[in-house]
Design a protein around this ligand. Structure first.
Ligand SMILES: CC(C)(COP(=O)(O)OP(=O)(O)OC[C@H]1O[C@@H](n2cnc3c(N)ncnc32)[C@H](O)[C@@H]1OP(=O)(O)O)[C@@H](O)C(=O)NCCC(=O)NCCS
Length: 186
């Protein structure tokens, strides 16, 4: 049985082949790809390979990533349009440690979907997967994701100054984290 999370406005479950066209469409937007690991020439084949490589359970094992699709379930966005995704990676070397990444299609920015999804995924990891620690990181120029991480309650824990050779330049990363006990206290 694969993971399915339900929030007031979203259903969250592993990305499926049916999601590929919408997923590719927003990954190809240059502003969406700007601070991400892919380029704006992202293809249908790339997406199909990503979906095929996912663990069937939707639960990442150490060293694996799962892409959870965010599907809107209310208002003008019915029925279950793919509005974005949350990537969940299980740390290969530390137990019960996860990294998250999030992307929304441009038409769905500014409505609180990313924060709603991240809170649900963090809740799931803490409550169901026994997570000890969840981390996220963002390019220091990516103000939208830095604001998002703060809004969700992650704690800034470091700046990796020009530590990442990324898309042809030295890039500064801001790292955020949340321990299980910090999440419980929020
Ligand atoms: C990072 C990213 C997901 C953030 O998206 P976002 O739309 O800013 O975040 P949310 O969905 O949480 O929406 C928050 C905004 O919606 C507003 N909002 C509107 N209705 C809302 C509601 N019902 N509930 C909550 N917030 C709402 C908030 O006030 C906030 O607006 P503000 O930015 O003007 O303060 C988006 O910029 C993105 O996809 N970027 C490209 C991919 C990327 O770089 N990802 C980072 C890699 S980890």
């Amino acid at each position: 049985m694969s993971v399915i999370l339900v929030t007031p406005r979203l259903e969250i479950s592993p990305l499926d082949v049916a999601d590929v066209p919408a997923f590719v469409a927003y990954r190809r937007v240059p502003a969406i790809a700007r601070y991400q690991s892919w380029e704006s020439d992202y293809s249908t084949g790339d997406a199909e390979a990503l979906v095929a490589a996912q663990p069937a359970s939707g639960i990442p094992q150490p060293g694996e990533w799962v892409q959870l699709g965010l599907r809107a379930t209310s208002g003008a966005d019915r029925p279950r349009v793919l509005v974005g995704d949350v990537a969940v990676g299980a740390d290969a070397s530390q137990p019960h440690s996860y990294e998250l990444g999030v992307t929304l299609a441009p038409a769905h920015h500014g409505r609180g979907y990313a924060a709603e999804a991240l809170r649900a995924v963090i809740d799931w990891l803490m409550a169901e997967r026994g997570a000890h620690r969840v981390v996220m990181q963002g390019d220091a120029r990516n103000t939208a994701v830095l604001a998002l991480m703060r809004r969700v309650g992650l704690r800034h824990e470091g700046t990796i100054l020009e530590g990442d050779w990324f898309k042809g330049e030295w890039t500064t990363l801001e790292r955020f984290a949340l321990l299980r006990r910090e999440w419980a206290a929020l």
